[in-house]
Design a protein around this ligand. Sequence first.
Ligand code: HAM
Length: 407
Amino acid sequence: MKSKFQKIKGTYDILPPESKKWNEVISILQSISHQFGYEEIKTPIIENIDLFKQNIGYETDVSKEMFSWEDSSSNQLVLKPEMTAPVVRAYIESGFFRSKPLCKLFYIDALFRREKPQKGRQRQFHQFGIEALGSSGVEQDVEVILLATKVLSHLGITNTTLQINNIGNHETRKKYEEKLNGYFSDYKSNLSKLSQNRLENNSLRILDSKEKEDLEIIKNAPLINEFLTKDELNNFKTLLSHLDALEISYKESSHLVRGLDYYNGTTFEISNMSSRSQNALLGGGRYDYLVESMGGPSTPAVGFAAGIERLLIESSMHNKNKEIDFFIGFDSHAEKAIRIANQLIDEGYSIYIDTLKKSEKNQLKNAIKMNASFYLRCSELIELKNLSSKEECVINNITDLKKFIKS
Ligand code: HAM
């Protein structure tokens, strides 16, 4: 039978048993964040369009792919496509920059981008992310990357590559962009259409291109390393030596520029080696200018975000089919069943009441299928069966029940 209504393209339902695994992943993400001293932040789903246009960049893919509309008061609103800008907005509005000199926040939230849907890429997706605001120390970058690697190892995600780069400060980047512009302009007619457009607006982004015709040209493009200042190079070296000490392997990737405009300094991405498309599990970096450009005080910051759907696809965690304690079936003796169910709930047990009033055989089959520890059938008598030992008895009340399950 076909439903009269279908879900919106690029969205999906999280159905059981997947929803169980989803919640397990969420609780792992929360517990790792708490272990590292990060506190949770939740922000509204809707924001003003300018929060993103101005801060992630007018010409970025994310900016162009927003779900936006004008409300009845002529406000231009969007469904948020990413979390860094809203977190910074909240950080400034709440005055955390005063009360929390080093502010460490994490989030788990739904985001929206009007992208072409495919495996691991949806129009509504979810991110887990962290943002550390207030520290310019390279140790902060290390902590953020360490947390990212812990997330992957706790979820049983192996076979990943950490790519890391330093894209310099605004001045460095400007010089580099000029050089790149000159280089790519020489090959303009050979570049893909997409890269020709990027050449007009943001030549750095050409380095991200996966188009066949661009790859050979990108290979010989000038490298950012040649433009980094001494301090930036030293910082980067220190960061890598910390990673070495932690035995976190990485690949220096001088073309890793990331797709949002607010980055400077360290950028990184962790991708999956085995999947071909949509292999970026998480990405992030420094954004030392963002707080100030949004009206706050000059505040260095660094963070990353991971796509939860992508984590779930790659996680080798198995769905622990948590069993229920009591499967309760009944025939016409509903009152007895409901009374005992009520008592069991108050005692802290998990129960499943089968209200279909099917045969004992059918109920028993379902109790086993659901991994219940005990099958309790309320008819004339109340019968209780231990589904692993196969022992059974007749009980009169909850006291008898407790005695039986302890024996
Ligand atoms: P992003 O690279 O745009 O960065 O997204 C981070 C992660 O979100 C990606 O690596 C991917 O796993 C997931 N993701 C992105 N788009 C989709 C999609 N359409 N469907 C499924 N998963 C997706 C940011 O959003 C930055 N705000 C990260 C950051 C935090 N930088 C500093 N702090």
